[in-house]
Design a protein around this ligand. Structure first.
Ligand code: ASP
Length: 339
């Protein structure tokens, strides 16, 4: 945690580059300067992009599954199960930070190129909400199941109920209870959804999101991640977008749907993400949430171009393609964290 805090501070001060590399180097570098020229990305497909460092192992698995001929939905599910199962990833699935009642509550969604989607919100006790979301898509007439109903459905589908609160997450929660006394603390350290966007060999687009949401949230709070149009949206004719950061701000602005709509009107993924981040800033600049507001979007278009853009510094995303392998790229940002 403190490493990440230092890292974010340094990144905000522009004192470190924040690319990390799995199998090949990224050529982008983050600066505290607002760019006037949009970065050029080579158009390639297939393509897998995911938010944050935990996107690297997720991308790797998704890529492997796609290359083995699995469907994009199966590949997304397999990739996202990796951070969901990893107790070190404190913002997704097992080991995720709990709410202020000490309960780990999970949100996830998945969407395919036919605009079929499945979503679960406020789900407890199931390690792989992305898999339950996929079952909602495949086996129900609905898009979204929530809370006890989502759990009941998961159990009927054969999922096992288990305790998702690790000793480490519980200790952090108890510490937060002493020091913060229910005052919400929201920043990038406890807000790291994994969102993934995929273009498969056939050029079809799919996506998914999974998260334990904001740490120390009120019991019952649902963020943007399971909401189609907010945390994730795609239109197979146009492209896809997904969000991370303060879910309330993304819901208020229908963030991902707006990014896709701007791409439909001819904007590049970069231009579309930038415009929506700026819109979110404008809507929130006098809002109580501004103090800790961070939002970031990733987007792809039908040509295989991709981009990431965030309000504040520190957001990066994993990109996997045939040309350059699996690597981290830094999102461009509007302002440094201490601005
Ligand atoms: N957007 C998620 C939420 O608000 C959190 C995150 O991206 O980390 O629940």
């Amino acid at each position: 945690m403190s490493d990440r805090r230092d890292f974010i501070k340094k990144a905000a001060l522009g004192t470190i580059g924040i690319s990390s590399v799995l199998s090949c180097s990224s050529t982008t570098a983050n600066t505290a300067v607002i760019p006037t020229v949009k970065p050029t990305k080579k158009a390639v497909k297939p393509l897998v992009i995911s938010t944050w460092n935990h996107g690297l192992p997720a991308n790797e698995e998704t890529w492997k599954q796609l290359k083995n001929g699995k469907s994009a939905l199966d590949a997304i599910e397999a990739g996202m199960k990796i951070p969901e199962a990893d107790p070190e990833v404190r913002s997704v699935g097992y080991g995720g930070f709990p709410d202020r009642e000490g309960k780990v509550t999970l949100d996830a969604c998945i969407m395919d190129h036919n605009s079929d989607c499945g979503s679960v919100s406020f789900l407890q006790g199931i390690k792989h909400p992305i898999s339950v979301a996929k079952k909602v898509l495949q086996n129900t007439p609905h898009v979204m199941l929530s809370g006890q109903g989502a759990l009941q459905f998961a159990l009927a589908e054969g999922f096992k109920e288990e305790n998702l609160l690790t000793a480490e997450a519980e200790a952090d929660w108890k510490k937060w209870m002493e020091e913060s006394k229910y005052k919400p603390v929201i920043n990038m350290e406890n807000h790291d959804t994994i969102s993934m966007l995929v273009i498969d060999e056939a050029g079809n687009i799919s996506g998914g999101c999974t998260t334990s949401g904001a740490a120390w949230k009120m019991h019952g709070r649902v963020g943007d991640s399971p909401i189609i149009g907010a945390g994730l949206f795609l239109d197979n004719e146009v492209g896809a977008a997904a969000a991370t950061g303060l879910g309330e701000a993304v819901i208020r602005t229908a963030g991902s749907a707006m990014v896709v709509e701007l791409m439909r009107q001819g904007k590049s993924p970069f231009e579309a993400c930038k415009e929506i981040v700026e819109r979110i800033y404008d809507k929130h600049k006098n809002h109580k949430d501004m103090e800790y507001l961070q939002v970031g979007f990733i987007a792809i278009n039908k040509n295989g171009e991709h981009a990431g853009y965030s309000l504040r510094s520190g957001f990066n995303y994993a990109v996997c393609d045939d040309a350059q392998g699996n690597r981290m790229e830094d999102a461009t940002f509007k302002m440094p964290w201490d601005n």
